[in-house]
Design a binder for this molecule. Structure first.
Ligand SMILES: Cc1ncc(C[n+]2csc(CCOP(=O)(O)OP(=O)(O)O)c2C)c(N)n1
Ligand SMILES: [Mg+2]
Length: 378
């Protein structure tokens, strides 16, 4: 991770003078530029800092929740590895964007939510869909384009959706979901409930006008929306350093008077704690937050990415700081799990994924009669 991502670097600033009367504390961070280079010495010291931080955070979370968080991370990883495997033999077609390396973001944020909270995301959506409660079977069958898929096999990888689970997609237009998510948060406020909306997007989406218009409205109307920017450093093959004039995305929130925080996306507990603060702000005060969560995708942008824009050495450096290994080590050291528990947990995840693949294999193709249902174009 770039040095700036260490949560120890976060400092606070009170933002008293906004026109909306928001006198809440706004987090601000040091703004060191993002570079494409990884400094091994800095990385090692950050890894040590993270481990120390996890030691303290572990004490604040129920052991059963910690174990479930680890299980969900492992399930997400094994599920995505299976997707890559079956994609290569043609069982999944079309676009397929994997989440491997970023699991701490989905699990750290979403496992702090209530069931009636809402989630919307971009096309890298399989793991988010499962954490929100959609079964691995329904997600895998959707990837296979089968009738048993969560949207009947008509959406595919990028369009997981389930109103029943308050999961509103799965969107392919970069940044498009930020406006929809803002509207979802508006609807909750209008209806008078205290539901929170979590809106995920990548760092490349921040360059879209939709991001800026949405953040402006969210603060103006005081919407209970949490904007989660998953900054994995690349938008397809373009690094953030080549595409964005200011490297700190969290800093952009300040332009709209929105509270923001810089979070280490390799540390699932740091992600959870930052999300809890944002949830409190949204639920109790109906105010938005922007979290910039620095992470890294270990796989290509999609299954068809030749990967020529970054070195294998860079990928290796990040893989050495894998968020799953870090969390597993911390839980072993804190004696929340034993090595045997981990083996059992991993086997359980493997079985769940194999069951999902079998379900998808056996699920029929959508019936021809479905061809013109759910079609809204003239
Ligand atoms: C409006 C729009 N422009 C361009 C594209 C093509 N495109 C698909 S993914 C992508 C990169 C997005 O990167 P980021 O938002 O950082 O998300 P990540 O893939 O890293 O998760 C682009 C440019 C698109 N889908 N929509
Ligand atoms: Mg990105």
């Amino acid at each position: 991770m770039p040095k700036t991502a260490a949560r120890q670097k976060t400092t606070t600033k009170t933002n008293k003078g906004t026109s909306n009367g928001n006198d809440k504390t706004v987090k601000q961070k040091s703004d060191e530029p993002i570079t494409d280079k990884v400094n091994p010495k800095v990385s090692q010291s950050e890894h040590r800092q993270r481990k120390q931080a996890q030691k303290d955070s572990i004490k604040r979370v129920e052991p059963a929740t910690l174990r479930e968080m680890l299980y969900q991370m492992v399930l997400g990883r094994i599920f995505e590895q299976k997707c890559a495997e079956v994609y290569r033999i043609g069982k999944i077609g079309g676009f397929c964007h994997l989440y491997i390396g970023q699991e701490a973001v989905a699990i750290g944020t979403m496992m702090a939510l209530r069931d009636d909270d809402l989630v919307i995301t971009a096309y890298r959506d399989h793991v988010q869909a499962m954490v929100k409660g959609i079964s691995p079977e329904a997600v895998m069958a959707e990837l296979y384009g089968r009738a048993g898929g969560v949207v009947g096999g008509k959406g595919g990888s990028m369009h997981m959706f389930s109103q029943e689970h308050n999961f509103y997609g799965g969107h392919g237009i970069v940044g498009g979901q930020i406006g929809v998510g803002t509207g979802m948060a508006y609807a909750q406020k209008y209806k008078g409930n205290d539901n929170v909306t979590l809106c995920f997007f990548g760092e490349a989406a921040v360059n879209q006008g939709m991001f800026h218009e949405s953040l402006n409205m969210a603060q103006l109307w005081k919407l209970p929306c949490i904007y989660i920017c998953e900054n994995n450093k690349y938008g397809m093959g373009t690094s953030q350093a080549r595409a964005m004039s200011i490297s700190s995305i969290a800093q952009k929130a300040e332009g709209y008077g929105i509270a923001s925080e810089f979070v280490d996306g390799m540390d699932v507990l740091a992600v959870r704690e930052a999300t809890e603060r944002a949830i409190k702000r949204a639920r109790e005060e109906s105010l938005p937050t922007l979290l910039e969560i620095r992470c890294y995708r270990f796989m290509g942008h999609s299954m068809s990415d030749p990967g020529k824009y970054r070195s294998t050495d860079e990928i290796k450096q990040y893989q050495e700081r894998d968020p799953i290994f870090l969390f597993k080590e911390s839980l072993l050291e804190a004696k929340i799990i034993t090595a045997k528990d981990y083996e059992e947990l991993e086997n359980r995840a493997k079985e769940a994924v194999e069951k999902a693949a079998k379900f998808a294999d056996e699920s029929p193709l959508p019936d021809e009669s479905e061809l013109f249902t759910d079609v809204y174009a003239d």
